[in-house]
Ligand binder design. Structure first.
Ligand code: FES
Ligand SMILES: [Fe+2]
Length: 343
């Protein structure tokens, strides 16, 4: 797509951490993942250490994710060349001396880490670390994962949808919002470097029989306090409270698969209902994200236009406005000249 204007800058986002896959899906076989339009292979080396490399064998461009792991090496499925964790080819079995490997025989290896139940990669030196969410790591809260939600839009559209207050009663009536109370209460967004913070006390729908996932009591019109941190470019930490001890934290990270593709990973931590089966929250999230997907995939352009003159912003859209400003301010979204192809 070549619409003029400012869009997410995939090259600039190489210097950010992005999620690639749920960690428990990477066991003893390599796994393919796409990030920022680049094919990657994710695998575990010695001791389970996560590794991320280019998923293109330097010999003939075969996907290394078709291969297999031996110790701390990844073997290509086509001719058996073996790669070390730093991406160097260390053995070419077709040669008399397999260890006599030319210096050019290597693939790119990238920074990787495992945290919050996900494998993350940064394709260049990351500009800032992952958010700190102690609730997900202290062992006292129950944590459920949901997704990934693979949508045909850019990661910014998926993130903006997650932060959009105005749509709850319309897209999720009875689940996240009350159609009789559609007014968005006033709130303020504070931008602090790459983190936007804002909070809102909002009417919400009562817990339903189908999805008793929230901590609100049933008496009176329920209200929920939501404290958001939006860590640019695509990670959201949302803490929910209902005025008592009960707390819930939503961790949402969208993987920029390509310019117009994304995958959203959800972790939900709670200090109540800790014995509830995971599928209650998972089916709830599948329902919510399914309702959102239809609407968001219909948006044009498929990518958030970061120019503030594009689209029509009202006061209750303050998060989107602050997000678009901050993304441009930090160089994570940039203008492309009219008619130029950015793909
Ligand atoms: S294509 Fe990978 S070893 Fe030949
Ligand atoms: Fe939604």
């Amino acid at each position: 797509m070549t619409s003029p204007g400012a869009f997410a800058d995939l090259a600039a986002q190489r210097a950010c951490w992005h999620p690639l896959v749920f960690a428990n899906e990477v066991t003893d076989r390599p796994v393919h993942a796409d990030l920022l339009g680049e094919p990657l292979v994710v695998w575990r080396g010695q001791g389970g250490t996560p590794r991320v490399m280019s998923d293109l064998c330097v010999h003939r461009g075969t996907a290394l994710s078709l291969g297999w792991i031996q110790g701390d090496e990844l073997t290509c499925a086509y001719h058996g060349w073996r790669y070390a964790a730093d991406g160097r080819c260390v053995a070419i079995p077709q040669k008399e001396d397999p260890s006599a490997v030319p210096a050019k025989a290597r693939v790119r290896a990238f920074r990787a880490q495992e945290r919050y139940g996900l494998i993350w990669a940064a394709l260049e030196e990351p500009r800032w670390p992952l958010p700190e969410v102690p609730e997900l790591e202290n062992g006292a809260w129950a944590v459920v994962t949901a997704g990934p939600y693979r949508w045909r839009c850019d990661a910014a559209r998926q993130v903006e949808n997650f932060t959009d207050f105005g749509h709850f009663p319309w897209v999720h009536p009875g689940l996240l919002g009350d159609p009789d109370r559609p007014v968005v209460p006033p709130y303020q967004v504070h931008t602090d470097g790459h983190v936007l913070r804002y909070q809102i006390v909002r009417p919400e729908a009562p817990n339903t029989e189908d999805f008793p996932v929230f901590g609100n009591k049933q008496a009176g019109p329920p209200e929920r306090r939501s404290r958001y941190e939006l860590h640019l470019p695509y990670t959201i930490v949302l803490r929910l409270g209902w005025g008592g001890e009960r707390g819930m934290v939503y961790f949402f990270a969208s993987q920029p698969v390509a310019a117009d593709r994304c995958a959203g990973y959800v972790l939900v931590g709670r200090n109540y209902n800790t014995g509830q089966p995971d599928r209650v929250i998972q089916e709830f999230e599948d329902t919510i994200f399914g309702q959102d997907q239809v609407v968001v995939e219909s948006q044009r352009p498929e990518r958030v236009p970061f120019d503030l003159a594009a689209e029509l912003h009202l006061r209750f859209d303050a998060v989107a406005v602050a997000y678009r400003k901050a993304m441009r301010g930090l160089g994570l979204a940039a203008s492309t000249p009219i008619g130029a192809s950015d793909e």
